[in-house]
Design a protein around this ligand. Structure first.
Ligand code: DWN
Ligand code: ZN
Length: 416
């Protein structure tokens, strides 16, 4: 496949990739939405297979698509979720207090998206710099008053920034570590850009929750890695970074927020690190058979969704979906869901409306279509935002159907 890179050895330690966590076959790029005018064109599709390293347990796709093709223009705007913006504001307040961030500090966010987090740093009068590769999204951040450079982050980027006299008091990297094929080089750049007393804070979906919650729909080409502390810690150490704290978060299906410092300025470890390490051992993340067994947990999710849709159709009940999330598009395509099952997906992201999802070409429409089409059921594809979305839809005038979640099994939500 043009431009893709296939590896037979682990990107972290060079170990063998012999065990599948999941093989989802050949899939289109989840966020490569289709313009209706191009609907007849052949869509690029690539193998989507997550494998685990037999040596370091790092889970990774063995075929990756060039980041430029995934993130050159991007359709995911973090600020669409108010809850996510609030989550970011709360973090900035806490971090500013804990690490004494002030006018003499510099906060750098890598993959800063539309300024959803750095806007709160700027509001506190703390110098901020966003590094964001997607031109359209970076432009939105600048419109919000967030200084943003449109580029990918790497060791070279760090050398350039340090060469300009910049050193970061805090580097934030939320939901980006999983997206970077060159993770070892990326982390070396973090260590280089950090000021001596600087801290590196990163959030990522926790592999333990993916396995425990049958969250196979979070496996898509943007996510090169599926991270555990067990596999990530050696990569941090190799880059000259040492963990000193970790938080478990409910976001994106269950995430970790790690805190690291330069190893030459290491800080005492919090007890929370030992707790997460033992949590991962209890979940069997140090044993290959844990990963090998995950594949058989995918079919029940698929069967459950197809059964629900067939039942609704047999009873003449209409179904629409809400949230053209990358995970939702992966789920629908893998489960063979067509426009016959779901005639439209509602999404509030302007850049997504009017487009078709790749593969099944289900159209993405605005919120007004819920009251217009009055479906009996709305399937919430970004189940990770279920509370925010359920509250919003229950307040919606002109629609009073039932809400449905597809993962880990398709279930109709009880009325509020
Ligand atoms: O890692 C990633 C995560 C953090 O975000 C990226 N690879 C891309 C993205 O993944 P995703 O698309 O699965 O993320 P979400 O946040 O689950 O997507 C939510 C979708 O739902 C977006 O298209 C926005 C939409 N939405 C909406 O229209 N109204 C979401 C909410 C909460 C709403 O109220
Ligand atoms: Zn490895």
């Amino acid at each position: 496949m043009s431009g893709t890179i296939q590896v037979a050895c682990c990107r972290g330690c060079g170990g063998p990739l012999e065990t599948d966590l999941a093989d989802l076959g050949t899939m289109p790029l989840a966020n490569r939405l289709v313009d209706p005018a191009d609907a007849a064109a052949i869509e690029p599709a690539y193998p989507l297979r997550a494998r685990v390293c037999s040596r370091c347990m790092l889970v990774q796709l063995d075929v990756t698509v060039p980041p430029e093709r995934l993130f050159g223009e991007y359709v995911y705007f973090s600020s669409t979720s108010k809850a996510w913006v609030e989550h970011a504001r709360h973090f900035v307040d806490e971090a500013a207090r804990r690490f004494g961030l002030d006018r003499d500090s510099l906060v750098v966010e890598i993959a800063s998206n539309d300024g959803y987090l750095l806007r709160h740093v700027v509001e506190r009068g703390i110098p901020a710099l966003g590094i964001e590769p997607a031109a359209n999204v970076a432009a939105e951040a600048r419109r919000r008053g967030v200084p943003t450079e449109q580029r990918f982050f790497s060791r070279r980027t760090a050398e350039d920034l340090v060469g300009r006299g910049l050193k970061a008091s805090m580097i934030v990297a939320n939901n980006v570590l999983a997206h970077v094929p060159g993770l070892v080089d990326f982390l070396a750049g973090v260590a280089l850009l950090l000021a001596p007393e600087g801290v590196f804070v990163a959030e990522f979906p926790h592999l333990r929750e993916l396995i425990a919650g049958d969250q196979f729909d979070t496996i898509y080409h943007e996510h090169v890695f599926y991270l555990s502390l067990l596999a990530l810690e050696p990569l941090l150490r190799a880059a000259g970074l040492s963990l000193f704290d970790v938080e478990r978060l409910p976001t994106h299906g269950g995430s970790l927020r790690i805190f690291a410092a330069r190893t030459d300025r290491r800080r005492p470890e919090s007890g929370r690190l030992a707790a997460v390490r033992s949590l991962e051992r209890d979940a069997g993340l140090d044993r290959l058979q844990t990963y090998a067994a995950f594949g058989e947990r995918i079919e029940p999710v698929r069967r459950s969704l197809r059964g629900f849709l067939a039942g609704a159709r047999a009873r003449g009940r209409g179904v629409m979906a809400f949230g053209a999330a990358a995970k939702g598009i992966t789920l629908l395509n893998y489960c063979g869901v067509t426009r016959r099952d779901i005639p439209a997906i509602v999404d509030e992201t302007p850049a997504k409306q009017g487009k078709l999802i790749p593969g099944s070409h289900i159209p993405i429409v605005g919120l007004d279509q819920l009251a217009a089409q009055r479906p009996d059921f709305v399937l919430i594809l970004p189940w990770n935002h279920k509370d925010e979305i359920a509250a919003k839809l229950r307040r919606l005038r002109g629609w009073s159907g039932e809400l449905v979640l597809p993962v880990p099994r398709t279930e109709v939500l009880a009325a509020a």
